[in-house]
Design a protein around this ligand. Sequence first.
Ligand SMILES: [Zn+2]
Length: 95
Amino acid sequence: MSGRRARRPWQSAEPRDVTRLAYGGARRESRRGAEWFVREIPAHRAEKRYRCPGCGLEVPEGQAHLVVWSAEHLFGDEAAVRDRRHWHAHCWRVA
Ligand SMILES: [Zn+2]
């Protein structure tokens, strides 16, 4: 009678990567009236170059920085992680 609504396909479709990013060492921060997940990327894990949204300059390979994504994304954690941005640690602090 009640078993039919127990299935939640969106949960099983969640890729592993999202879970790892969302729960593997990220901290939650409140900023500008919104909630964010912030994860520190150490220098040895910074394997690509990114564009920092705070200053518009490059985050070079090999530089420790922050990955930031929304904790309250309209389309859920998976979409939020897909939209994650790489920030200079300094730019995030002063943003
Ligand atoms: Zn920056």
